[in-house]
Design a protein around this ligand. Structure first.
Ligand code: ZN
Length: 185
């Protein structure tokens, strides 16, 4: 596995664990699926690393940018890339029959679920009942749409490879939001 260094904290990690950035016409581009050509810089999916890299032109140096580099709303764009991937994985999981949703189905299948996701605007009683679940930033409507359903407060993932990938994206998302769901909104 290739190893890269995070521009923020300087830690060496497996390339697949880091977020790839490239520069294009003086702007930092989030290359989430590592498809774009050119010199790249890498960041841990953590807000502290992103902010550190934006300081004092460290990212510009890592990207060997000629002239000033526009970071813009980089933390937000990274969060959006993670969110897009999460929605895509939820869609795949739904197509693969690995998703149950809604109060009754999630409760009935609870023991078989690897992961339970709770919408940001779920009711207090749902939040309390699933206090140990992953509290999302997606609304009921967004969560339902991701799995091709009407609005859903609860989505459960049956154990398997996709549940693992979704858990990884959730960890990234929470890392970029540094525990504050509304920070980047
Ligand atoms: Zn880092």
């Amino acid at each position: 596995m290739p190893i890269r260094t995070c521009v923020g904290c300087r830690a060496e990690r497996e390339k697949a664990e880091l977020i790839r950035l490239v520069s294009h016409e003086g702007r930092v581009v989030v290359d989430y699926h590592a498809k774009l050509p050119g010199r790249a810089a890498y960041l841990c999916p953590k807000l502290a690393c992103i902010k550190e890299a934006m300081k004092r032109g460290r990212l510009a140096r890592a990207l060997k940018a000629e002239g000033p580099l526009e970071y813009g709303d980089l933390p937000e764009r990274i969060a959006e890339a993670i969110e897009a991937q999460l929605r895509a994985l939820l869609g795949l999981a739904a197509k693969a029959g690995k998703v149950v949703s809604g109060w009754n189905s999630v409760r009935a299948n609870e023991k078989r679920l690897a992961l339970v996701l709770v919408a940001a605007d779920a009711s207090e009683s749902v939040r309390e009942r699933f206090a140990g679940a992953s509290q999302l930033w997606l609304t009921k409507e967004e969560l339902g749409r991701a799995i091709g359903k009407p609005p859903r407060s609860l989505v459960g993932l049956l154990d398997g490879q996709l549940a693992g990938r979704i858990a990884r994206e959730l960890e990234r998302y929470h890392g970029v939001h540094a525990g504050d769901r509304d920070l980047l909104r």
